[in-house]
Design a protein. Structure first.
Length: 142
C-alpha cells in the first residue's frame, strides 16, 4: 500500500517537492535538448550518406544526455520515495494519494500552483475538482 496524505501533510511536504520538481523539469529540458542534438546529428549523417562523425561532439552530446537523464531519474526517485507520484515532468505534475469517502483518490498539484487546491480520482488530471469543505471533512491520510 502506498502512503496516503491528508491535505495538511501534503502541503507541509510541498516546499521540498517544489524544489525537486523545479530541478527535475529543468534537467528534463536539458535532456530533451541533448536528445534533439543527437537526433539532428544522426539526420545529418543519413542525409550526407554516412559522413564522418566528430567523435568529441558525439561524446559530449551523449554524456550531457546521460548526465541529465541520471539526475532526472534520481530526483524523480527521491520525490516518489516520499509517497508522491510524479505524473508529468513537462508540466511539473505531482499527485499525493489520499482517501476520500473510502476510495483512493489524489491530491493534485502542478509546479506553477502556489498550493494544492485540487483532487481527482482515476480519471486523472482531466477530472480535477476543487478541494471544498466536503472533501476536507471526508478525506484521510494514513
Amino acid at each position: 500500500m502506498s502512503k496516503r496524505f491528508t491535505l495538511w501533510e501534503a502541503e507541509k511536504l510541498l516546499p521540498q517537492i517544489r524544489v525537486r520538481m523545479r530541478e527535475a523539469v529543468a534537467l528534463k529540458s536539458e535532456y530533451d535538448e541533448a536528445e534533439e542534438a543527437a537526433q539532428e546529428q544522426a539526420r545529418r549523417i543519413m542525409m550526407m550518406g554516412g559522413t564522418l562523425v566528430d567523435g568529441k561532439i558525439a561524446r559530449e552530446i551523449k554524456e550531457r544526455r546521460e548526465r541529465a537523464g541520471g539526475q532526472v531519474r534520481s530526483l524523480v526517485e527521491s520525490i516518489q520515495e516520499t509517497g508522491c507520484v510524479v505524473k508529468d515532468l513537462d508540466t511539473g505534475l505531482v499527485d499525493f494519494p489520499t482517501v476520500f469517502r473510502g476510495r483512493e483518490v489524489y491530491l493534485c498539484w502542478k509546479l506553477d500552483e502556489a498550493s494544492i487546491g485540487f483532487w481527482h480520482g482515476e480519471e486523472g488530471f482531466a477530472g480535477r475538482q476543487a478541494i471544498d469543505q466536503d472533501f476536507l471533512d471526508h478525506h484521510e491520510g494514513e
